[in-house]
Design a protein around this ligand. Structure first.
Ligand code: ASP
Length: 412
C-alpha cells in the first residue's frame, strides 16, 4: 500500500482526538485536579495560539475581502444580505429555543429560598442594548485590536478596505500588501490548525473529567433541552438553508463542516475556529472572497447557538424563581437575545455574560446565572459549534448568489 493512502486526514485525526479525549476524561473522573493541572494547560496553549492569530486574521481577511469585492456597492449589497440572513436565523433560533423549553417547563421546580439565597453572581459586566451599539464604533485604532474587541476591529477593517477601494490607483499598492499579508497569515493559520487533534484531545479530556459528575438531575435536563433545540435548528434551519438556498446536499455539507464543528465544540470559541471554518467553507466550494468577508463577520455577530442557550436559560432561571413568563416577556427575550448574541464576543463563556442582559430586560434576577454557571462549558460547546455552522451556511449561500450574478453578467 502506498504511504499516502495509509495517512489519515486531519478531520479524521480531529475526530480521534475528541473520542480519545472523552475516554481519557472518563478514566480521570476521580482525579479532575490532575487533568486541570497537567492536561488542560496544553489545550490552553492551543487556544492561545489560535487567539493570537484572531486579530490579524480578521483584519487581513475582511480588508482583503472588501478589496476583492472590487466596488463599494458590492460590499454594501453583500454586507446587507449577510446581515439580514444572520439576524433572521438568530431570531428563528430564539423562537425554537423558547418553544422547546416551554414544552418541558413543567419539569422545572422552583428552588427553595435558602438555595436561592446562597446564589451570588457578579453581573456588572453586562452592557445595555445602547452600550452594545455604541461599542461597535471604535474611538481609537489600537485599543480594540489590543483587547481583541472584535466588533470595532471589523468596523476598522471594513473602513480600511473601503478606503483602499475609494483611493483607486493610489490605493493599489497598499491593497496588494494587504493581500500578501493575508496569504502569510493564512499560512501561519495552517501551521496551527495542524495541531488541532492534540488541542481537541486535551480540552475534551478536561471537560469530561471536571464536569462528569455535575451533569445530574435538572441541570442535565436543561442541557438536554438546549441540545435538542440546537439539533432542531441545525436540521431544520441549516438543513433547509443548505438544501434550498445553497443548492447543496446537507450530508455533503455535514461532512465538509465537521472539522470546524469539532474545533468549535472543543475550543468553545468562534474566533478560534475562524481559520478552520474559512478552510472548510472554501473546500466546500464557497468563494474565498466571500468567505473571507462573511465568516469573520459571522464569528462576531452571528450566534444562533448562543441565542438558543439564552432563551432556554432564561426560561429555566425564571422557573427556578417561580416566575412564569408572559407572551410579552417572550417577545422581549426574542429581541434582546438576538441583540445580545450580536454583542457576544466569539470567545469562550461570553454568552453567559450577555445572558445577564436578557434576564435584566424581563426582570429575572441576574444572580440566577449562578445556577447554571458551573456547567456553562457544556452549553458553550454546543452553542459555539452551532454558531460557526450558521456562519458557514451563510457563506455558501452568498457565494451561490454571487456566482449566479457573475454567470448572468457573463451570459449577457
Ligand atoms: N463561545 C461562544 C462563541 O465563541 C460564545 C458564547 O459564549 O456563547 O461562539
Amino acid at each position: 500500500m502506498e504511504k499516502s493512502k495509509r495517512k489519515l486526514s486531519l478531520p479524521a485525526w480531529i475526530f480521534i482526538g475528541m473520542v480519545a479525549g472523552i475516554l481519557a476524561g472518563l478514566a480521570f473522573l476521580k482525579i479532575p485536579e490532575f487533568t486541570d493541572e497537567w492536561i488542560k494547560p496544553i489545550g490552553t496553549i492551543y487556544i492561545n495560539l489560535l487567539k493570537f492569530l484572531v486579530v490579524p486574521v480578521v483584519v487581513c481577511s475582511i480588508t482583503a475581502g472588501v478589496i476583492s469585492l472590487k466596488d463599494l456597492k458590492r460590499v454594501g449589497s453583500v454586507g446587507v444580505k449577510t446581515f439580514i440572513y444572520y439576524m433572521f436565523t438568530t431570531a428563528l433560533a430564539v423562537v425554537i429555543g423558547l418553544v422547546i423549553v416551554n414544552l418541558f417547563k413543567g419539569a422545572f421546580q422552583p428552588l427553595s429560598s435558602t438555595e436561592l439565597g446562597d446564589l451570588a453572581y457578579e453581573a456588572a459586566e453586562a452592557p445595555s442594548v445602547m452600550d452594545v451599539i455604541v461599542g461597535i464604533f471604535p474611538d481609537n485604532l489600537f485599543g480594540p485590536m489590543v483587547s481583541a474587541d472584535m466588533l470595532p476591529v471589523i468596523v476598522i477593517a471594513i473602513f480600511f478596505g473601503a478606503g483602499i477601494l475609494a483611493a483607486g490607483e493610489r490605493g493599489k499598492k497598499i491593497g496588494a500588501l494587504v493581500e500578501d499579508m493575508n496569504e502569510v497569515v493564512m499560512k501561519i493559520m495552517m501551521m496551527i490548525i495542524k495541531i488541532t487533534p492534540i488541542g481537541v484531545f486535551c480540552l475534551m479530556t478536561n471537560v469530561v473529567a471536571v464536569n462528569g459528575p455535575k451533569i445530574v438531575g435538572t441541570l442535565a435536563l436543561v442541557i438536554g433541552i438546549a441540545y435538542l433545540s440546537y439539533l432542531i435548528h441545525v436540521v431544520v434551519v441549516y438543513g433547509l438553508s443548505v438544501r434550498f438556498l445553497s443548492g447543496m446536499n446537507p450530508i455533503k455539507f455535514a461532512k465538509g463542516i465537521y472539522p470546524a464543528f469539532i474545533c468549535a465544540f472543543t475550543t468553545t470559541s468562534s474566533n478560534a475556529t475562524l481559520p478552520l471554518n474559512i478552510e472548510c467553507c472554501n473546500n466546500m466550494g464557497a468563494e474565498p472572497e466571500i468567505s473571507s468577508f462573511v465568516l469573520p463577520l459571522g464569528a462576531t455577530i452571528n450566534m444562533d447557538g448562543t441565542a438558543i442557550y439564552q432563551a432556554v436559560a432564561t426560561v429555566f432561571i425564571a422557573a427556578c424563581y417561580g416566575m412564569n413568563l408572559t407572551i410579552g416577556d417572550m417577545a422581549m427575550v426574542v429581541l434582546t437575545a438576538t441583540l445580545a448574541s450580536v454583542g457576544t464576543a466569539g470567545v469562550s463563556g461570553a454568552g453567559m455574560i450577555m445572558l445577564a442582559m436578557v434576564l435584566t430586560s424581563i426582570g429575572v434576577p441576574v444572580e440566577g446565572i449562578a445556577i447554571i454557571a458551573g456547567v456553562d462549558k457544556l452549553f458553550d460547546m454546543g452553542r459555539t459549534a452551532l454558531n460557526i455552522t450558521g456562519d458557514a451556511t451563510c457563506a455558501l449561500w452568498i457565494s451561490k448568489l454571487e456566482r449566479n450574478k457573475k454567470a448572468k453578467v457573463a451570459a449577457k
